[in-house]
Ligand binder design. Structure first.
Ligand SMILES: Nc1ncnc2c1ncn2[C@@H]1O[C@H](COP(=O)(O)OP(=O)(O)O)[C@@H](O)[C@H]1O
Ligand SMILES: O=C(O)C1=C[C@@H](OP(=O)(O)O)[C@@H](O)[C@H](O)C1
Ligand SMILES: [Mg+2]
Length: 189
C-alpha cells in the first residue's frame, strides 16, 4: 500500500479483523483482501482447530460453547501476529462482554452483515456450524442475530455483504485503506 512516497509492506500493516454472523462472508472476503493487500490470511476457527487438534464441532460437543469462547479470547489476546494479517473471526467471537473493544484495540475491525434469508441460503450448504445444526435453522439464525446485534454494533464499521462479492470486496478494501492512511497520518502529527 502507498502512503505519500512510502510503500508499506504487507507485514507492517495493521491487522484487519472481519467480524459478523455466520455466513456473512468473513472467510471468503478475508482471503480476497489478504491477497489484495499482500497480508497473511488467518481464520480464527482454523487456528483453534490446529492448536487444539480438534474440529469446531468436536470442541462444542466435548467441552461446550463457553470453552470455545475462551479459546477464541486466547486466540485474540495471544494467538496471532500483531500486524500484517487479515483475521476472519468466528461469528460468535465478539459476542461476549469486552470482546468488541478487545478486537478493535488490535487493528481495523469491520462488521459484515446480511439479511437472515441470505445467511440461511449461504450456510445451509454446509454442516460444519454446530449452532445451526438444529431442526429450524432459520428460527435459530433470527434468535441469535437478535441476541448478538448489540455486540456486532459495537465491533466496528458495518458493511452489507448481501451484494455481489466483487462489490463487497471493493467496499471493504476502500474502508481498510482509508483507515490505515488515517492511522499513519495521525502517527506523523
Ligand atoms: N457476497 C457474497 N455473495 C454470494 N455468496 C457469498 C458472498 N460472500 C460469501 N458468500 C458465500 O457464502 C458462504 C459462506 O461464506 P463464508 O466466507 O464461509 O462466511 P463466514 O466465514 O462469515 O461464515 C460461502 O459459500 C461463500 O462463498
Ligand atoms: O457464530 C458462531 O457462534 C460460530 C461461527 C462459526 O464461524 P463462522 O462465522 O466463520 O461460520 C464457528 O466459529 C462456530 O461454528 C461458531
Ligand atoms: Mg468463516
Amino acid at each position: 500500500m502507498k502512503h505519500g512516497r512510502v510503500v508499506l509492506k504487507g507485514n507492517s500493516l495493521p491487522n484487519l479483523y472481519l467480524v459478523g454472523f455466520m455466513g456473512t462472508g468473513k472467510s471468503s472476503m478475508g482471503k480476497r483482501l489478504a491477497a489484495r493487500f499482500n497480508l497473511r490470511f488467518i481464520d480464527s476457527d482454523e487456528e483453534i482447530e490446529k492448536s487444539s487438534g480438534m474440529s469446531i464441532k468436536d470442541i462444542f460437543a466435548k467441552f461446550g460453547e463457553e470453552k470455545f469462547r475462551e479459546m477464541e479470547r486466547d486466540f485474540i489476546e495471544n494467538g496471532h501476529p500483531k500486524t500484517g494479517c487479515v483475521v476472519s473471526c468466528g461469528g460468535g467471537l465478539v459476542c461476549r462482554d469486552g470482546m468488541p473493544e478487545l478486537v478493535k484495540s488490535k487493528g481495523v475491525s469491520i462488521v459484515l452483515f446480511a439479511e437472515p434469508e441470505v445467511i440461511f441460503k449461504r450456510v445451509s450448504l454446509s454442516k460444519t456450524r454446530p449452532l445451526l445444526n438444529v431442526e429450524n435453522p432459520m428460527q435459530r439464525i433470527c434468535e441469535l442475530l437478535d441476541k448478538r446485534s448489540k455486540y456486532y454494533n459495537r465491533s466496528g464499521i458495518c458493511v452489507s455483504s448481501s451484494g455481489n462479492p466483487n462489490d463487497v470486496e471493493e467496499r471493504l478494501a476502500r474502508i481498510y485503506a482509508g483507515r490505515v492512511k488515517n492511522m499513519l497520518k495521525r502517527g506523523q502529527d
